[in-house]
Design a protein around this ligand. Structure first.
Ligand code: DX5
Ligand code: ZN
Length: 225
């Protein structure tokens, strides 16, 4: 049985999401399992279409293989695509536990959040660094998670944009205890504490984890434990 309520369980906080974008794709299962064994709570799967962002990454087939290889892992899919409506069902079929899409391409997100829920997934709504926080404020009730991007999406290994901390501080008091703020991009042991203080409780990290020779040490530092 998959831990479908991981995101909405307020007793588990903060969560660390290992973004497999920086994993060794030739050893994806081993590297992903090593991150989970080292304490990562979930796997963050970055889907890029070379249109919404200037890069290509992976598609539903990889998510599906990962699900078969790791039946119990919580799979957090981040759709950086122009038309998430077209793909959300395919990621549900592939075994995603959560699907996040961007407000920049779905300005009225409620129907798609509803579809994610109907498909048995939690739903996240993401916001790019240049998008004003006001754009999501009237849409935060239904999603289970608000994803505040702290880099311009497309690549791992970029520097954290600290101005986005203000967005987290603004959104946090407006959320219920069963809703999460996820932060994604440039999150490292050096930047994680300011994210946690600003209210983020799902910390995504690719290069800080997979670029390290000690995943456990990095994940503990990210979680502040
Ligand atoms: C960026 C992706 C991130 C990325 C984070 O577009 O959404 O999830 O993998 O990479 P790091 O942690 O290296 O900034
Ligand atoms: Zn991401």
């Amino acid at each position: 049985m998959k831990p479908r309520n991981l995101l909405t369980d307020p007793t588990r906080s903060p969560l660390v999401a290992a973004s497999i974008l920086s994993a060794d794709f030739a050893r994806l299962q081993d590297d992903s399992q090593a991150a989970i064994d080292a304490g990562a709570d979930l796997l963050h799967v970055d889907i890029m279409d070379a249109h919404f962002v200037p890069n290509l990454s992976m598609g539903p087939a990889i998510a599906s293989s990962l699900r078969k290889a790791m039946p119990d892992v919580f799979m957090d899919v981040h759709l950086m695509v122009t038309d998430p409506e077209t793909y959300i069902r395919r990621f549900a079929d592939a075994g995603a536990d959560s699907c996040t899409f961007h407000i920049e391409v779905v300005p009225e997100p409620e129907p798609l959040v509803g579809l994610a829920h109907e498909l048995g997934m939690t739903a996240g709504l993401a916001l790019n660094p240049d998008t004003p926080v006001e754009q999501i404020l009237s849409h935060i009730e239904l999603p289970d998670m608000i994803l505040i991007m702290s880099v311009h999406p497309g690549f791992s290994g970029q520097s954290f944009i600290s101005e986005v901390l203000e967005k987290m501080k603004q959104v946090r008091p407006l959320l219920r205890p069963d809703q999460r703020i996820e932060v994604d991009g440039g999150v490292s042991p050096a930047t994680a504490s300011s994210c946690r203080e600003a209210g983020a409780d799902v910390l995504v990290s690719a290069s800080a984890i997979f670029g390290s020779d000690d995943y456990r040490r990095e994940i503990s530092a990210l979680a502040g434990s």
